[in-house]
Write a new protein. Structure first.
Length: 416
């Protein structure tokens, strides 16, 4: 039996046979290493150890022992992403080489956004279908555990309330004690649990997300669920993928336009009239970061080079500082042409059906006001849930084909 997903065809019997032989222990070891690294991020005295997760992808192949079969269903998903980012890195390296001295941020940020892809690629070499639910719940509770450590960390202090005044939830929520990137992580789980109708775990994830006070994640989830309800179960096709990819390029260019004019202060009066506060307060300082870079920026169609925005901001303030808008940052660093190609192929490669489209849109919204493009944890979850969703679709197709075969067999016997 063969299953054709988009432009890729898979042999289900062969992949199922491989799945049965797979030893899932390496999968669990890699997940535990990931969670340990995340835990170190929450502990001030061990924070530098969080970088072990960037080493793990390069150690992963050593688990691939000779004469063993491993799950390799969606390798092409990863290959296409790897090719896309390889081209972006090469183009950016050329821009840096011809226009400015090479700087460390180029290598650092290249490592940050490529290693999650490598990690997930090797992780699913050890995937065992029979343990899927266990993997997801283990990962979920592991991340919740790291958030608990975050809340108990001495540097959090217990004088500030965890919960915020509902009136200020979308204006000053990110100044609360519970603020953490876990609000971003929970979004992926909430999408998955909602699609699976696992409402108990959805509520668990929602609670952690609200506690984490990530406004952009809340807005992204609201948009995702509206899109899902409006879309229904319409047929997915190559033409639809191309159309959506082109539309999302245009939407992202519009967002860049508004962010640019926001940086220039063109919307200050309107924001004050609407909220009673200034633009800098609403964005918890992002306005001043954008403005700081734009004051020194000279537009270049070929882009400034990967990591150059972060380098410039950090040099100005005298410490490592992120830009807090991946859409605007990538537009400036990649240049308009490569930026448009990046958005196009981000959707074309990863949005293979309606469910995976939701994960891409969610991540895209996070790009507006956050640094998730260089967050290992966020992009690992992005690739993780897209792969899980595609595997589930394959399994559903297999069950459907089996049922149809049985019906045909019964009909044949009756006819006989």
């Amino acid at each position: 039996m063969r299953y054709k997903e988009a432009d890729i065809e898979y042999n289900i019997e062969a992949d199922t046979e491989v799945d049965k032989k797979t030893n899932h222990l390496p999968f669990m070891v890699l997940l535990v290493l990931f969670l340990i690294s995340m835990t170190f991020t929450m502990i001030p005295y061990f924070r530098e150890l969080r970088y072990i997760k960037y080493i793990v992808p390069f150690l992963s192949p050593f688990f691939l022992l000779p004469r063993r079969s491993y799950f390799n269903l969606f390798d092409e998903l990863y290959y296409k992403n790897m090719i896309m980012y390889f081209i972006i890195v090469v183009q950016s390296l050329f821009v840096v080489y011809i226009s400015k001295p090479l700087y460390m941020n180029f290598f650092g940020e290249t490592l940050f956004f490529t290693t999650p892809l490598l990690f997930t690629f090797f992780l699913f070499k050890y995937y065992n279908h029979n343990n899927k639910d266990f993997y997801i719940k283990f990962l979920f509770w592991g991340i919740v555990f790291t958030y608990a450590i975050h809340l108990l960390s001495p540097e959090r202090g217990f004088t500030d309330p965890i919960f915020v005044n509902p009136i200020n939830l979308f204006l000053k929520a990110e100044k609360t004690m519970g603020i953490a990137s876990h609000g971003l992580y929970m979004g992926y789980f909430m999408i998955y649990f909602a699609l699976k109708k696992n409402y108990r775990y959805f509520i668990y994830a929602l609670f952690v997300s609200l506690l984490s006070s990530k406004r952009i994640a809340m807005g992204a989830l609201l948009l995702v669920f509206v899109i899902y309800k409006l879309s229904g179960k319409k047929e997915w096709s190559q033409m639809k993928k191309v159309t959506i990819s082109v539309i999302m390029v245009l939407i992202n260019l519009i967002i860049v336009y508004f962010l640019y004019h926001y940086t220039l202060g063109d919307y200050d009066d309107f924001i004050f009239l609407l909220t009673g506060t200034n633009a800098g307060d609403i964005t918890t300082g992002r306005f001043w970061i954008y403005n700081m870079y734009m004051d020194k920026h000279v537009f270049d169609w070929m882009g400034d080079g990967i990591g150059f925005v972060t380098k410039t901001i950090s040099d100005i303030v005298g410490m490592n500082y992120n830009f807090h808008s991946d859409i605007l940052k990538n537009f400036l660093e990649f240049g308009p042409v490569v930026f448009c190609l990046w958005v196009y192929f981000l959707y074309k490669i990863n949005a293979r059906n309606l469910k995976t489209l939701l994960y891409v849109i969610y991540t895209n919204v996070l790009f507006i006001t956050d640094n998730v493009f260089i967050y290992f944890d966020v992009f690992f979850l992005f690739y993780f849930f897209i792969t899980i969703t595609l595997i589930e679709e394959r399994d559903e197709y297999e069950v459907l084909e089996t049922e149809e075969s049985k019906e045909l067999s019964v009909e044949g016997k009756i006819y006989y």
